[in-house]
Design a binder for this molecule. Structure first.
Ligand code: FCB
Length: 441
């Protein structure tokens, strides 16, 4: 495989999934600290209290990244570490942690990409309505501006939000993720405020930053399970809900025409004046790709009235996601067709598999993950060869970590973590990725 020499090879993580010590150094709790401390919410009652202890071991982890030859590292900033109450009083200890991390990365020759919001809203802001309160656009802009001032000299790419669809669908519509609401009427309000907050942060960056800013969305190409009119319509609805709901407004097109039908009486009338700010021009789009969605009509499902149809010939991961690399090529071609020439980074791509207990040796053999990685890199190469402006790839994830409400039961890392001892052991996939990156120099 051959990629442009300037192509950026990295790995991704998120604060709450790896850092641990969520209240250290004067940090405030986030909605994930609360959610994971609420009985019944997390598999095995797991929490992010220790996670990968990255808060204390970040130097070791940066050395690990260097040993793998990574060009770049995508991490997220915990909002309540640097604003314990979400706004007003800045916590210098929190800023200093990220300052040290960014400096360690730069010293190692690794280019930082920072996500401002990877799901860990300050609990103090949730108490004021969280993403349902229109003021959150101001709160987020204040936080973002502080982060830009403190870290933009070292951070080369900023992502405002990670996966607004998941924030809303999991956090406000179905409730399996923090803050755990299940409310049809709240979902479009939360989504709209996420987009408003995104736009405000982009505008703030133009005055304060000198690098690049964008948004990260999770996209899942929807293909119909059959040619029936019902399945074709369900596929369009699912595509609007998951793939176009956020990108269309960011690209100045407003919401997809399907949205009022999807939400019915729960779809609000949004102020027209909001849409210019949401469409503040971005420098890149980050795409998280994990799977495609073979879609059938299913009236039992809220909103999209569609569900996924299992493909008996496919490999499925431990999170029950279908492995289907060709859809990554199709997705990138679709993105360029719909949204035009825009630099793209694959900001997450990876798989949870059961890694057998050979974990005790020097290397963990993870053939299914190696296969996943190879197939997806090949699919990515096909998209770049077709002229899509993809500039980088970040594997999810550097480390096994807290997979949200699944706790520690789903391992996505290319590096194995023994959560009892915090020992890191590269999996075969990490070594294959290392050798692949070296082959592209
Ligand atoms: C994505 C999230 C990321 C991780 C992967 C498996 O939706 O952005 O934090 O949990 O899924």
């Amino acid at each position: 495989m051959t990629f442009p020499r300037s192509f950026v090879w990295g790995a991704a993580t998120a604060a709450h999934q790896i850092e641990g010590s969520p209240l250290a150094g004067g940090a405030g709790p986030s909605i994930w600290t609360r959610f994971s401390h609420t009985p019944g919410r997390m598999t095995n009652g797991d929490t992010g209290d220790v996670a990968c202890d990255h808060y204390n071991r970040y130097r070791e982890d940066v050395a690990l990244m260097k040993s793998l030859g990574l060009d770049a590292y995508r991490f997220s900033i915990s909002w309540s570490r640097i604003f314990p109450e979400g706004i007003d009083a800045l916590n210098q200890h929190g800023v200093d942690f990220y300052r040290r991390l960014v400096d360690a990365l730069r010293d190692a020759g690794i280019r930082p990409m920072a996500t401002l919001y990877h799901w860990d809203l300050p609990a103090a802001l949730d108490d004021r309505g969280g993403w349902l309160n229109r003021d959150i656009a101001d709160w987020f802009a204040e936080y973002a501006a502080a982060a830009f001032r403190a870290l933009d000299d070292g951070v080369e790419w900023w992502a405002t939000l990670n996966e607004p669809w998941v924030v809303t669908d999991g956090g406000y519509l179905h409730g399996g993720l923090a803050p755990g609401h299940a409310n049809l009427f709240e979902a479009p309000i939360a989504s709209h405020n996420l987009l408003r907050a995104h736009g405000r942060a982009v505008q703030a960056y133009r005055a304060l930053g000198k690098h690049a800013i964008g948004i990260v969305v999770n996209l899942e190409p929807k293909v119909p399970a059959s040619e029936s009119g019902d399945d074709l319509a369900a596929t369009r609805r699912a595509d609007a809900y998951m793939n176009r709901q956020y990108l269309d407004p960011v690209f100045g097109r407003g919401y997809p025409e399907e949205m009022p039908d999807l939400f019915g009486e729960a779809w609000p009338r949004f102020p027209a004046a909001d849409f210019d700010g949401i469409a503040a021009p971005v420098d890149f789009v980050g795409i998280n790709y994990y799977k495609r969605g073979v879609t059938a009509h299913d009236p039992r499902q809220w909103v999209e009235r569609a569900s996924l149809v299992r493909q008996p010939q496919s490999i499925y991961t431990e999170t029950d996601w279908e492995v289907h690399a060709p859809a990554l090529t199709d997705l990138l071609l679709w993105f360029r067709e719909r949204y035009g020439a825009m630099p793209v980074y694959i900001t997450e791509n990876g798989a949870a598999f059961y890694d057998p207990p050979t974990a005790l040796g020097d290397v963990v053999e993870d053939p299914l993950r190696v296969h996943y990685l190879r197939e997806h890199l090949a699919a990515l190469e096909r998209a770049t060869a077709a002229g899509v402006d993809v500039r980088g790839y970040f594997v999810w994830s550097l480390l096994d970590n807290l997979e949200w409400s699944h706790g520690y039961t789903k391992r996505f890392g290319i590096v194995h973590v023994d959560f009892a001892t915090q020992k890191r052991t590269p999996k075969r996939s990490a070594l294959v990725y290392r050798d692949f990156i070296a082959s592209q120099r």
